[in-house]
Design a protein around this ligand. Structure first.
Ligand SMILES: [Zn+2]
Length: 142
């Protein structure tokens, strides 16, 4: 675990305390999802949290796939988002809207640390989604 406060090379838009709060929220969420998956699957082994390498180790990847299949779809999507958010937190881009590049308010991030969009873009996306899918599935984690 590298400490967030260490390197001054990245220009943070969030202050250290805010970053920590977000990181804690994200890590907790990740742990919660993984724990739920493990409980279902009864894995005694630690599920390697390594997203990058999925094809080399056959048995390991099968295990991961099984674990993922056990996750409800919603949780699986959320896990991807959580990990993505952690990566963006480390990159210092977590509060940058993917759509318009405007900063995302910290308050919004705290409520939804996995969000990629500022509130304006999110509302627009939701509107489009509603039109595309014809409503119903509102179970999207974001
Ligand atoms: Zn935006």
């Amino acid at each position: 675990m590298t400490s967030l406060g260490g390197t001054p090379t990245i220009i943070w838009m969030l202050n250290e305390n805010e970053q920590k709060q977000l990181q804690e929220a994200l890590v907790q969420e990740e742990q919660r999802i993984l724990a739920a998956a493990r409980n279902t699957f009864d894995l005694s082994r630690e599920g390697a949290g390594d997203q990058g390498r999925d094809s080399i180790d056959q048995s390991n990847s099968e295990e991961l796939v099984s674990t993922h299949l056990r996750l409800r779809d919603r949780e699986r999507k959320l896990l991807i988002k959580v990990r993505d958010a952690i990566a963006r937190l480390n990159d210092g881009t977590i509060d940058e809207c993917e759509e318009c590049g405007e900063p995302i308010a910290f308050k919004r991030l705290l409520v939804r640390p996995v969000t990629n969009y500022c509130i304006a873009c999110k509302e627009e996306a939701e509107e489009n989604e509603r039109q595309l899918t014809g409503a119903e599935d509102n179970s999207s984690p974001e």
